[in-house]
Design a protein around this ligand. Sequence first.
Ligand SMILES: O=P(O)(O)OC[C@H]1O[C@](O)(CO)[C@@H](O)[C@@H]1O
Length: 613
Amino acid sequence: MASLSGLFSSSLKPSKTLSVKALSAPPTRGGDSFSFPHTSKPTHLPLTLSASRSDISHTDAATAAKKELIKDPDALWKRYLDWLYQQKDLGLYLDVSRVGFTDEFVVDMEHRFKAAFKAMDELEKGSIANPDEGRMVGHYWLRNSNLVPKPTLKTLIENTLDSICSFADDIIAGKIKPPSSPRFTQILSVGIGGSALGPQFVAEALAPDNPPLKIRFIDNTDPAGIDHQIAQLGPELASTLVIVISKSGGTPETRNGLLEVQKAFREAGLNFAKQGVAITQENSLLDNTARIEGWLARFPMYDWVGGRTSVMSAVGLLPAALQGIDIREMLSGAAIMDEATRTTSLKNNPAALLAMCWYWASDGVGSKDMVILPYKDSLLLFSRYLQQLVMESLGKEFDLDGNTVNQGLTVYGNKGSTDQHAYIQQLREGVHNFFATFIEVLRDRPPGHDWELEPGVTCGDYLFGMLQGTRSALYANGRESISVTIEEVTPRSVGAIIALYERAVGLYASLVNINAYHQPGVEAGKKAAAEVLALQKRVLSVLNEASCKDPVEPLTLDEIADRCHAPEEIEMIYKIIAHMSANDRVLIAEGSCGSPRSVKVYLGECNVDDMYA
Ligand SMILES: O=P(O)(O)OC[C@H]1O[C@](O)(CO)[C@@H](O)[C@@H]1O
């Protein structure tokens, strides 16, 4: 292993004729030539993983075969037919023919997938699949409650679904209404991460043109963004249902959003509690607040559903149902896909095929980015949704054995053909650091609405042409792609593609031996943010004391840092001052923020109480 690590961190580029020694390390491909992984790549991969990757994936033979395929349409067509996956009930197809994996790679993968399928089976049976947090991982049970390991959970899932449906029906019918309006007309959803991305994606993909309730989101602690949402509601705040979503019930951004919205309600003379709904874990801070304040309704989140896989819990289902989206169809599409992705036959399992292609394309170490290109405006947010699902799940420092691996898979994308006029140029000709996934939707428009804008050609034909043209052009230049095709964007197909990617992420995580269900890295940023705010309070206290003197004593940054007993934090103190000054909360007596050394600061007002705090 030691020698492997040494080879891994080598920055030498081997020639195309690799020596036996070089082959024992895992080379990656750069275009059609080989290159060693960047030095920041994992240096302590498990022996089995790293030792065999070079043997199975990146050989001169594979590259040569790919070149041959590009030149030979018959062989490419055969490869297409050989590998085309179809799920008939869902009208979903998966084409992996434009990923250049070899037969030997597939054989090796079949072997590796045995463990991945076993881990997935155990997860579905209720194993503690998230060992760090001691949690079961049960998002699959949400769409088939017969799978739950405990009967009480089945009742919980079914009762929650029934209560979501009847609450949504009553709101839409005006049986449950706000105090000063005949019915609710708007939803304001407050949440972040998995408590926003799923509902946002579903709304964009599936909400009808004129939904019974229109939805808007507060998904950040940006005051201007919050003001913008509230301002746009205007007098309709009186008929707005505010859904506050937080699994933990203690996420600061969401809490801030709630406090801002409650302030807007107070200022408008409205009773927030009569229009507020909480979706959170039982007894969380949010749950207790909602209970004590007597909010309109509360719906549960479960310990065993992760934020990024929560779209088929109340988190995604309640907002969807309120917009008139058929949530049982969404669940049914996901359940069918779940069933389809349980098979242990690699070739017949679309999630396994995806995971295998990701592994091939990114060398199992995230060496290439995954570009998601849905050719359908309503699927615009799919890449943003997948960003959290994939990157929060797979972006991990350690593997399950404690080795440093710095795993991950970068996801980005918007939509085609719009992106054709933005970054496809680079994808086709520039740095070869990605593989593409095309999401194709066969149905252009609802039946009866199409017309030919030139003889024999509709607007949708152009979109189709752009997709196929881009796929071919990328492949002709050695760029690999996967294509997922659905017949229409419906609750069923959206449920299915979500389930497809959830399973692919779970399987891929097993292949690379990491825990996909925790997010320890997020905590570091949250902790650091809290420390900045604590320092800001100290700065304010120091400034307050100096500003209460007569005459007022403006302080330099060094003096503030000294009095805060934090000389090492002077840069952060400068940034705090600059931010507060931009928001009229401190006054600059001398100098300007542009030249930190010259700045002298004081507060506009002296707060006598604070001096004794
Ligand atoms: O639903 P919560 O608990 O407010 O968390 C929001 C998000 O924060 C994270 O914990 C970290 O980003 C996500 O996993 C989660 O979706």
